[in-house]
Design a binder for this molecule. Structure first.
Ligand code: ARG
Length: 590
C-alpha cells in the first residue's frame, strides 16, 4: 500500500515521535497534537512548540510542572530513542529543538535516490478530485485570465496526481449561454450553407462574435429571432444543435492550440453537459425548503451574504449559478469526488462562496471547511501590463494567447542562437529547448507569485537568466546534469554501491533542504499554493550554488566525489520533480 511505500515528511515523522512523548508527559491530555515546525534559528533543524500551550491547559489542574520550560524539558526527556535525532535541547519558554542525525539524513536521501521520489509524495485523505480550470467561453476571447487559470489549475492537478489522487481535469467551458441565440441566427444569416464551410467562412470567431453582437444590439427583429433561437436550441431542434456544435468546434480548435503549446491536458465537460441535471437539482433544493420566490426569480438566501443566489431567473431560464449547482451535485454524487477545486479570478469568489454555502445548507457538503468532501475556490489576481493596467496589446485589443506564447518561444530561441547554439546544436535541440525555456518562463512567472496578487507580465523579466526565473532554474539544473556527465561515473551504480555522507556544513544544509521537499509539496497541495513550491525550488538552487561554489566541497576529483555526485544527483532529481509539478520541461544541457 501507499502507506508502506511513503515515509511521510520529516515533519510528519518527527510528529510521530513527539506524539509518543506527549502521551507520556501529559497522560491526562490525550488529544494534544504535536506542533512541529522547521527552525528558523540556528539551535536546531526542527522544533516542537507544544510546551507553552500545554502549560496553560494544565497549570490550574495541580500539575507537577513549574512552568513551560519544565514541560519542554519533560517532553524532551520522554522522547523515545530514534535514529532520526542527533540531539535535543530546550530553549526559552520550552521550545524543544531537534538536531537531526546527519547519518539518518544521508540515508534517507540515498533511499529516495534508489526508490524514486514518489516516496516523498504527500498522502492527502482523498481518492478522487475534480480540478475545474481554464474554462474559457465559446466564441468569446480566451484571455490572460484563462491562461492563469490553465497554468495554476494544471499545477494543482499535477500535485494531486503526484499524491496518487485520481484527478478529473475539467474544462467547464461556457458553451450554453444566451449568446448562442445571436451567434446561431447570425450564422444562418451570413452563411445559409454553414455546414459546408463554417470554419473558413467564419475565420475569426471573435470578430464574428462582435459583429453578431452589433447586429443584436441594433436590430430589434434580429434580437427577437436570436431569443427564439435560444429556445429552439435548448429545445433540441436539430438544425440549431448542429449550428451550435459547429461554433463550439471552432472555438475548441482555438483553445487546443494554447493547451498544446502549454502541454496541458483537459477534459471538456462544458456547461451544456450539466444542463439536463439542473431541473432535478433545483427540485431537490426546493423540496428541502431552500428555494424561495423573490421578485419573480427563485433564489436561495444565504446567511451573511447581502444578495441571494439566483437559481432560476425571472424568465424561467437557468443561469451560471444553476449550472454550477448541478455540476457540483454531479461531481459529488456521480463522480464521487471528495475534493472539488475551482480555479478562476478572484472576481468570482462571491459566486463560489454562495454556491458552496448553498451546498452546505443542502447537506451536500459538511459544515466545517476542514472536512471532506470539500469544495475550494482557488482565486487569482489580474495580469497587468507594464503600465500597471490590465494586460493589453498596443492597440488595446485583447492579447491572443497563442501569439503571446509564440513570442516567449521565439525570444528564447533568439537568445539560444545568440549564444552560439545554432552551430553546436541540432535544429531539434534548439526547438525543444526554446519550447521548454519560453513556455516554462511564462508558467513560472505566473506561478511564483502568491496567486491572489496581481502580477505584471514582462517578457524581459521572465526571460532573464538571473534572479528567480525559470531560465535561471532550468540552467541551474542543466549545469548539475553536466557535472554528473563530466564525472564519467555511472550514477545508478554509485547510488547502489556508494555512500552519501553530509559531513560539511554546506552538504548538510543542502541535504536538509532536499529532505524538506516532502513537507513543502504537502503544504503547497493542502493550501493550493503553487508559489510555495516555487520558493522552495529557488532556494534549493541557491543552496546548491553555495555548496558547489565552496572550494571545500569540490566534487569531481575529490576524495568525497561519490558522495557529492550523489548529492548533485539528488538535487537534480528534486529539481526535476519541482519542474514536473509546475508543468515545466527540464533541459539537460546548456
Ligand atoms: N467560463 C467561466 C469564465 O470564463 C469560468 C468557469 C469556471 N468554472 C465554473 N464551474 N464556474 O469566467
Amino acid at each position: 500500500t501507499q502507506e508502506e511505500e511513503c515515509m511521510g515528511s520529516v515533519k510528519a515523522q518527527l510528529a510521530k515521535i513527539f506524539e509518543t512523548s506527549l502521551k507520556v508527559t501529559v497522560p491526562n491530555e490525550p488529544d494534544v497534537e504535536p506542533l512541529i515546525a522547521a527552525c528558523t534559528g540556528k539551535f536546531g533543524d526542527y522544533q516542537c512548540n507544544n510546551a507553552m500551550g500545554l502549560w496553560s491547559k494544565i497549570k490550574g489542574k495541580g500539575t507537577q510542572f513549574r512552568g513551560p520550560p519544565a514541560v519542554g524539558e519533560a517532553i524532551k526527556n520522554n522522547l523515545p530513542t530514534s535514529e532520526m535525532i542527533e540531539s535535543c535541547s530546550v530553549a526559552g519558554p520550552g521550545f524543544v529543538n531537534v538536531v537531526l542525525s546527519k547519518n539518518w539524513m544521508a540515508k534517507s536521501i540515498q533511499k529516495m535516490l534508489i526508490e524514486g521520489i514518489d516516496i516523498w509524495a504527500p498522502m492527502p485523505p482523498v481518492k478522487t478530485a475534480v480540478v475545474d480550470f481554464s474554462s474559457p467561453n465559446i466564441a468569446k476571447e480566451m484571455h490572460v485570465g484563462h491562461l492563469r487559470s490553465t497554468i495554476i489549475g494544471d499545477t494543482l492537478a499535477r500535485m494531486l496526481e503526484f499524491s496518487k489522487v485520481k484527478v478529473l481535469r475539467r474544462n467547464h467551458v461556457g458553451d450554453w449561454g444566451t449568446q448562442f441565440g445571436m451567434l446561431i441566427e447570425f450564422l444562418f444569416e451570413k452563411f445559409p450553407n454553414f455546414e459546408d464551410a463554417t470554419e473558413t467562412a467564419i475565420g475569426d470567431l471573435q470578430a464574428f462574435y462582435k459583429a453578431s453582437k452589433l447586429r443584436f444590439d441594433s436590430d430589434p427583429a434580429f434580437k427577437e429571432r436570436a431569443q427564439q433561437a435560444v429556445v429552439r436550441l435548448q429545445g433540441g431542434e436539430e438544425k440549431y444543435r448542429r449550428a451550435w456544435a459547429q461554433i463550439c468546434e471552432i472555438s475548441r480548435n482555438e483553445f487546443h492550440k494554447v493547451y498544446q503549446r502549454l502541454g496541458v491536458h483537459l477534459e471538456e465537460k462544458g456547461e451544456s453537459f450539466y444542463n439536463p441535471y439542473i431541473p432535478g437539482v433545483i427540485e431537490g433544493l426546493t423540496k428541502q425548503g431552500l428555494v424561495e420566490e423573490s421578485q419573480g426569480a427563485r433564489v436561495i438566501f444565504i446567511e451573511g451574504v447581502n444578495i441571494p443566489l439566483i437559481v432560476v431567473k425571472s424568465d424561467g431560464g437557468f443561469n451560471y449559478a444553476s449550472t454550477d449547482l448541478a455540476a457540483l451535485w454531479y461531481r459529488l454524487n456521480e463522480e464521487k469526488a471528495e475534493w472539488i477545486i475551482y480555479v478562476t479570478d478572484v472576481g468570482q469568489q462571491q459566486h463560489f462562496d454562495m454556491v458552496f454555502k448553498a451546498a452546505k445548507l443542502a447537506g451536500w457538503l459538511p459544515q466545517g471547511d476542514n472536512s471532506y468532501p470539500r469544495a475550494s475556490h482557488v482565486g487569482f489576481g489580474l495580469v497587468l501590463g507594464e503600465d500597471g493596467k490590465r494586460f493589453r496589446t498596443r492597440n488595446t485589443e485583447v492579447v491572443r494567447l497563442v501569439d503571446l506564447l509564440d513570442e516567449a518561444k521565439s525570444r528564447s530561441k533568439a537568445t539560444l542562437i545568440e549564444r552560439g547554439k545554432g552551430e553546436q546544436w541540432t535544429e531539434e535541440e534548439i526547438e525543444s529547448t526554446a519550447d521548454a525555456v519560453g513556455y516554462g518562463a511564462v508558467k513560472y512567472a505566473d506561478l511564483k507569485n502568491n496567486r491572489l496578487t496581481n502580477y505584471t507580465f514582462n517578457f524581459d523579466q521572465m526571460l532573464n537568466d538571473k534572479g528567480n526565473t525559470a531560465v535561471y532554474l532550468l540552467y541551474a539544473h542543466a549545469r548539475i546534469c553536466s557535472i554528473i556527465r563530466r564525472s564519467g561515473k555511472d550514477i545508478e551504480e554509485l547510488m547502489n554501491k556508494g555512500t552519501l555522507v553530509l559531513d560539511h556544513k554546506d552538504e548538510r544544509d543542502l541535504g536538509l533542504h532536499l529532505l524538506q521537499f516532502a513537507e513543502v509539496v504537502e503544504e503547497a497541495t493542502t493550501n493550493l499554493l503553487p508559489n510555495v513550491l516555487c520558493d522552495y525550488l529557488y532556494n534549493l538552487s541557491e543552496i546548491f550554488s553555495k555548496f558547489y561554489s565552496n572550494p571545500e566541497c569540490k566534487v569531481i576529483g575529490s576524495d568525497k566525489e561519490t558522495s557529492r555526485l550523489l548529492l548533485c544527483e539528488a538535487t537534480a532529481v528534486v529539481m526535476r520533480k519541482c519542474f514536473n509539478l509546475l508543468g515545466i520541461t527540464p533541459i539537460y544541457k546548456i
